[in-house]
Each structure stands twice: as C-alpha cells, then as structure tokens.
Design a protein around this ligand. Sequence first.
Ligand code: NDP
Length: 341
Amino acid sequence: MDRTALVTGATGYIARHVIVRLLDAGWRVRGSVRSRAKAAEAIAAIRAALADPAGAERLELVELDLASDDGWREAAGGCAAMLHMASPFPIAQPRDPDELTRPAVEGTLRALRAATEAAIPKVVLTSSMVAVQYAGFPGTKPVYTEADWTDGNDTRFTAYTRSKTLAERAAWDYVEGNGRKIALTSINPGLVLGRPVGGHFGTSVQVLRRILEAKDPALPSVTFAIVDVADVAAMHVAALNKPEAAFRRFIASAGDASFADIARILAAAFPDRRIVTRQAPDFLIRMIGLFDSSVGTILPDLGRRLNTSSAAARDVFAIRFKDMRETIIETARYLSEKENI
Ligand code: NDP
C-alpha cells in the first residue's frame, strides 16, 4: 500500500496514536505541525512507538496553521485521505469565545477546501461529545446518540464546546453544499484518557490529575463519557476503510462516569493514596463559579447525568471499547510513575 494520509495537528495527544496506527498499517503519513522546531519530541515519540521502525520513513512533516491559508493546497496534494484533528483545546477558556471558535471553524473549512482542491475522497473529522451532549439543555435526554446536537450558538456553553459544535456543523454544511464529493466521517469522543505517546497527554488527562492531587475538598456532580485513546485512534483509522462510515457521526465512549465515580475507582485501585470521593452540593459549586472562572466553565454540566450510546461505533467498526476502569487506572498509574503525581 502506498497511500498518503494528511493528519492535521500531528503533535496532539490523540493524533500521535492515530499516526502510529496509520504507519503500522502501511500508510504514508503527512503530519501537519505549527512549527517543525516544536515537533521534534512528538516525532521521536511516534517513531519509538511504532511496531515496525521502518514505518518512520513513511512519515513527513508540513507546517500548517488553522488561521492561515499558507501551505494547505500543497499539503493536501496527492493524499488519499485527510484526518482533520487540529483544534485549539486549552485548559482555561478565553474571555472571547472567538479565540477558539474562529480557528476551529475556519481551520475546518480550510482543511475541507484543500481536500476538495486535491480531490481527496475521504475526510475524518475529530469532533467531540460536547457537540452532542447538550441537546435538550438544560434538561438531559434519557440516552444521547449521534442524532443529538448541541446548539453551538448558545452562549451558556464554553468557548470550547461552541468551537467544536460550530466546526462540526460547518463541516457537514460544507460537504452537503458541495454535492457530497467528500465522504466525511465525524468521530465524537468523550473524555479521552489512556497512556500517551511520549510526554504530551493533552487537556483531558488533567481531570485525572486533579482527582489524584486531591486538592479539592469535594467534587462537582459532573459526568463524562469516557474512552481510551487507543480506541479513539482505532476508530479514526477504521473509518478510512469502511464505506458504511461515510456521511455519519460516531460517538466514541466506553461508558459514563462522574468525577466521584472516577475517584471511587481510583480509591479502590490505590488504597494507599488519599483520594477525595465526596460530591459537593451543586449550589456550592454554583456559588464558587460566580468568582472562579475555571469553575464557571463546568456550570452547564452540573447535575446532568449523561447516558451515552456507542451502539453505532460498535455496530459499524465492530469495536469493543476498553473497560473504562482499566483506562482510568492505567492513566493514573502513568501519571504517578512518569509525572510523579
Ligand atoms: P491536543 O491539545 O493534544 O492537540 C491539539 C492539536 O491541535 C495540537 O497538535 C495543536 O498543535 C493543534 N492546534 C491547535 N491550535 C492550532 C492552530 N491554530 N493551528 C494548527 N494547529 C493547531 O488535544 P487532543 O489530542 O486531546 O485533541 C485532538 C482533537 O481531538 C481536537 O480536535 C480535540 O478537540 C478533539 N477531542 C479531544 C478530546 C479529549 O478528551 N482529548 C475529546 C473530544 C475531542 P500545537 O501542538 O502546536 O499546539
């Protein structure tokens, strides 16, 4: 096989796993980075994680920024597939939501326009559960499926939630408006955990770090759909080879767990550690949220118990999601061994 896939955001936590999988499956990979100089650690880590070190020769880098037109046309040229994974995912939310929504939406459209110009037939977009899980807000639906959509214009949601929702919407609108020339698949992962490739583990793993550090006296009643990074990567690669995956979204989730559920799993697995498992009353978190903007960002999630269906992914990709307990414990073990937490 000699097909080339363009993977945007090659330095990212999830993208590194995707690239390892693509190279091991025989693909050529053109990984986009913002700066070659800053990508050295990621590339070394990807090489070290390959089952067959020869795969490293099939990896090349290009420089692309979501906010600039430079280089997209050349980067997409000759590719058989594109995996658009780059999107801003900061820990702290900016005051101005445009700081995230603009690069997310414009970057997605740049990627799709480049795919059209290069006649790339297949694009996989990394969207998110946040583009699904606020359908019916502030209520909760009995089960969340791919038919559910967050309202990306609702200013009650975080800039990140809005950026992911608006970017995915823009992608579907673009593809429909272009006569479905690109077979788009969207992967919508919940909170992604699991061992990183190299030292970069992204924003999602910070949730576990926070619980392990046990600095909070009680935990907010916030629930996440949780999924292992290896399963998310496997879905991205499988989507390239499955015609049935075209023009569909797929939730990636092994199950749903609250902060307190995660803390209880960790307390049972690491009995020698001090882990806070107490849940804080919602009114208290709401009050703190008035003064602390980092707490303010979780207010839309307070008291909402998610029940996420991953039936579509299990059906089309025949995936058996890794047990979330194993993922949580493995990630915690990594953080404690490698990060000294
Ligand atoms: P990372 O922060 O590790 O990766 C984000 C990637 O996007 C990095 O490579 C980053 O480059 C790149 N990027 C950000 N802004 C720009 C920009 N302006 N121009 C070019 N590249 C940019 O996050 P994850 O790996 O966790 O996330 C990858 C994707 O998965 C994102 O789309 C995210 O929204 C989505 N996702 C993640 C989930 C999770 O729990 N981790 C859950 C659901 C979806 P650089 O290294 O230069 O900063």
